[in-house]
Design a protein around this ligand. Structure first.
Ligand code: AMP
Length: 192
C-alpha cells in the first residue's frame, strides 16, 4: 500500500505520517527530512538543497526525484510507503508513477490534510520554537512556502483527482482526532 500524504506546510503531514507508519507497518519517506539529514551531515546534496530550502523554494525536480527513487530502492522489502512532502510538482508525480509502475506497483491514494492558511501560520510559528528550522522562523519564508504550495504543488491534487485517488481529510482538531479521520480512509482502502 502506497499513500501520498498531501497538504501545505504546517498541515501535520510529519506528525500524522509517524502515527500511520506505526499502525500500518509502512515506511515513512519525507523528502524534507532527507534533505535536512543531508544538511546536518554536510553532504553535497545537503549544501545544494539548503540554498533552496532557506528561501522556501523547491529543490529542483531532477535532484529531488533522483534522491526519492534511491530511498525507495533502499527500502525495497517494504510493504508500502507513506510519501510525505513528495510529489510537490506534476513532474514529480509523473516520475513517481513511472517509477512505481516499472516495479508493478502504484500509488493507491492521496490523502490531503486541509487546514486554513491562518492556522498554518500559527502552527509554523509555534513549531519554530522547538523545530530549530530556519524556514519555520522567518515569516517571509513561511509566506513563500505557502505561495509555492499554492502555485506549484496544488496542481498535483488534480493529477490524483483525475485518477480518482484524491481524498480530503479535515486537518483541524487534535492530533488523535485527525489521525482517526485518516485511519478511517486508509481502512476503507484496505479492508481488514
Ligand atoms: P518539508 O519538510 O516537507 O516542509 O520541506 C522543507 C523544504 O524542503 C521545502 O520547503 C523545500 O525547499 C524542500 N523540499 C521538500 N520536499 C520537496 C520536494 N518534493 N520537492 C522540492 N523541494 C522539496
Amino acid at each position: 500500500m502506497n499513500i501520498v500524504l498531501f497538504g501545505p506546510p504546517g498541515a501535520g503531514k510529519g506528525t500524522q505520517s509517524k502515527l500511520l507508519i506505526e499502525k500500518y507497518g509502512l515506511t515513512h519517506l519525507s523528502t524534507g527530512d532527507i534533505f535536512r539529514y543531508n544538511i546536518k551531515n554536510e553532504t553535497e546534496l545537503g549544501t545544494l538543497a539548503k540554498t533552496y530550502m532557506d528561501k522556501g523554494e523547491l529543490v529542483p525536480d531532477h535532484i529531488t526525484i533522483k534522491m526519492l527513487e534511491a530511498e525507495v530502492e533502499k527500502n525495497a522489502g517494504s510493504s508500502g510507503f507513506i510519501f510525505d512532502g513528495f510529489p510537490r510538482t506534476i513532474k514529480q508525480a509523473e516520475a513517481l508513477d513511472n517509477f512505481l509502475n516499472a516495479k508493478g506497483s502504484q500509488i493507491h491514494s492521496m490523502l490531503a490534510l486541509v487546514v486554513p492558511e491562518t492556522e498554518l501560520k500559527n502552527r509554523l510559528k509555534e513549531r519554530a520554537i522547538t523545530s530549530g528550522r530556519a524556514d519555520d522562523a522567518n515569516p517571509t519564508v513561511i509566506q513563500n512556502r505557502i505561495d509555492v504550495y499554492n502555485n506549484e504543488t496544488l496542481p498535483v491534487k488534480n493529477y490524483y483527482q483525475t485518477d480518482g485517488k484524491y481524498i480530503e481529510v479535515v486537518g483541524l482538531g487534535g492530533i488523535q482526532e485527525v489521525f482517526s479521520r485518516l485511519c478511517a480512509e486508509v481502512d476503507a482502502l484496505v479492508p481488514a
